[in-house]
Design a protein around this ligand. Structure first.
Ligand SMILES: C[S@@+](CC[C@H](N)C(=O)[O-])C[C@H]1O[C@@H](n2cnc3c(N)ncnc32)[C@H](O)[C@@H]1O
Length: 190
């Protein structure tokens, strides 16, 4: 493990949350939607993946997937399930802090990030989608702070975000607010 991660508060917090529970994250509807659309013949990147059912779903659809997360508990669980399903050769697990990790490929067919928000990470991700590829994101809006006032404002999308942060050349395919979860999702094509 990168020595800088050993005491990283995000790693400690999320390893504690994942604990011993065996659950995977469910396949996100954004992934089902994206996989049904035309995309370049290239890899998928799942940022802040957790033990991602979405990464497994993309691998089972034949895509190579890189899953990045700070929690080795989440990644180990994802790796174990990938082995169980026979798709481990398609999934690369990367333990890293998204505050400093940057995409290392010329481009991805689909970049997915759900349950995590950071403007700089979004900006780097938007630049790493191949022409014709898709960017799929979901995060809390400021409405979430009404129910959880201690949630830092930086974790929440401001009005219009993240669509307003897309660079030129993107087309928004879907932007939906879910008032019941105070989350907004975006699907955009480059
Ligand atoms: C709410 S969970 C979302 C997991 C999954 N994407 C989903 O939608 O179910 C947030 C994830 O972000 C990861 N995370 C938090 N801070 C991080 C950081 N600085 N770098 C990388 N991953 C981080 C956590 O380990 C956790 O798996």
């Amino acid at each position: 493990m990168d020595p800088e991660l050993v005491e990283h508060p995000d790693r400690l917090r999320w390893n504690g949350k994942y604990g011993d529970a065996p659950e995977l994250s469910p396949v996100h509807p954004l992934v089902e939607r994206a996989l049904a659309l035309p995309m370049p013949d290239a890899d998928v990147l799942d940022l802040a993946s957790g033990p991602s059912g979405s990464a497994l779903r993309a691998a089972e659809a034949g895509r190579r997937v890189t899953a990045v997360d700070i929690s080795e508990i989440a990644l180990d669980r994802l790796g174990a399930e990938a082995r169980r399903r026979g798709v481990e050769s398609l999934i690369t697990l990367v333990q890293a802090d998204l505050g400093s990790w940057r995409p290392d490929r010329p481009g991805y067919a689909l970049i997915l990030c759900t349950g995590f928000w950071d403007r700089a990470v979004f900006s780097h991700a938007a630049g790493a989608v191949l022409p014709g590829g898709l960017l799929a994101w979901e995060a809390f809006t400021e409405a979430a702070r009404r129910a959880r006032p201690h949630m830092p404002a930086d974790w929440c999308l401001a009005p219009g975000e993240p669509a307003t942060l897309l660079p030129d050349g993107y087309t928004v395919l879907d932007e939906t607010d879910d008032p019941s979860t105070a989350k907004r999702r975006l699907l955009a094509r480059r």
